[in-house]
Design a protein around this ligand. Structure first.
Ligand SMILES: [Zn+2]
Length: 320
């Protein structure tokens, strides 16, 4: 059972990748709505939660590019955040430091209580929530709440050092394009997440239970020409768009440009996702392979006796 502190400060960020347009337009829309109000969104019990809306990478958004110099989403490592700022420091690295000061600093008492970063993917992933620990009870309960709304939802764990608590990935949507159904799905996801925070802050008790999650176990790359390093095949039609569907050893994986079928030769079955994500071509990733496991989500409620800021560093600190 977990008694957790109030979530007073929530940030919703769009445009971390400047060509992922649902998050860009959603944050702009939410900013418009907020401007119409005289003060920040308030909880029914007297202004218990503020929502900070952030457009993370304005220069990349202006040019409708994923990034200007380097991937902003890879700039929140400790080394990047504390390094000296020089004239040649990449734009996104400087921007990461600004965001860290605005939303954190990471691990500090003044840090946001919850940060949700909005992304689009060209993969057929529906609405997927990505988090970085299976002991982050707040994120786990938000996942369960969204699942209860019957949104097409998958939960995924990564273990990387990043500023936000939750990434919301919605697709398929080509980068540089906004599709109304994808935008609406993201808007619903954000609204349900904020609803959950309101419920939690109002004292609602959330029962524990099991939930299914996908944990990343490997990256799979395309077959490549030994000399040119160019890819020599595309994803097989039987695999394309089948994110989170079981891929067994021997199943078709690629169709070479000469028409041959190449099969999955791994020994373990996988649940692939981010299949044919266009931004991953440069990273040498065809898809991320995951396995499912049942995760125990603990009984959770608001415990006013706890320090508001204890939820800032490692997920284990939530376990009471
Ligand atoms: Zn993204």
């Amino acid at each position: 059972m977990n008694a957790l502190p109030r979530l007073s400060r929530v940030a919703v960020c769009g445009g971390t990748h400047g060509n992922e347009l649902s998050g860009v337009y959603l944050v702009r829309e939410l900013l418009k709505v907020k401007k119409k109000k005289k003060k920040e969104e308030e909880d029914e019990d007297g202004g218990a939660m503020s929502v900070l809306l952030v457009l993370s990478n304005p220069r990349a958004m202006q040019q409708c590019l994923r990034y200007i110099d380097t991937d902003l989403n890879r700039c929140f490592t400790h080394a990047c955040l504390i390094g000296p700022t020089l004239d040649k420091t990449p734009y996104e690295m400087r921007r990461a430091r600004e965001l860290n000061a605005m939303l954190g600093p990471k691990g500090s008492a003044g840090a946001m209580d919850l940060i949700c970063d909005l992304h689009n993917t060209t993969a057929n992933m529906g609405l997927s929530l990505i988090t970085y620990s299976d002991h982050d009870w707040i994120c786990m309960h938000i996942f369960r709440h969204l699942q209860a709304q019957h949104l097409l939802l998958k939960n995924v764990f990564f273990y990387i050092y990043i500023i936000e608590n939750i990434s919301m990935e919605v697709g398929p949507q080509p980068h540089g394009v906004v599709r109304s159904n994808i935008y609406t799905t993201m808007k619903s996801g954000v609204q349900y997440m904020l609803d959950w925070v309101h419920f939690f802050n109002s004292g609602v008790i959330f029962d524990g239970g099991f939930m299914d999650v996908f944990t990343v176990v490997k990256h799979i790359d395309y077959p490549r020409d030994g000399e040119t390093h160019n890819i020599t095949a595309a994803i097989h039609p039987q695999l394309q768009d089948r994110d989170f569907c079981l891929l067994r050893p021997g199943d078709p994986l690629f169709q070479t440009f000469s028409g041959e079928t190449l099969r999955y030769t791994g020994s373990e079955p996988l649940y692939p996702f981010f299949i044919n994500e266009s931004a991953y071509y440069e990273k040498g990733i065809l898809f991320l392979g995951s396995q499912t496991n049942a995760c125990v989500c603990s009984h959770t409620y608001l415990g006013a006796q706890l320090s508001v800021h204890c939820r800032s560093t490692k997920a284990q600190s939530y376990i009471c």
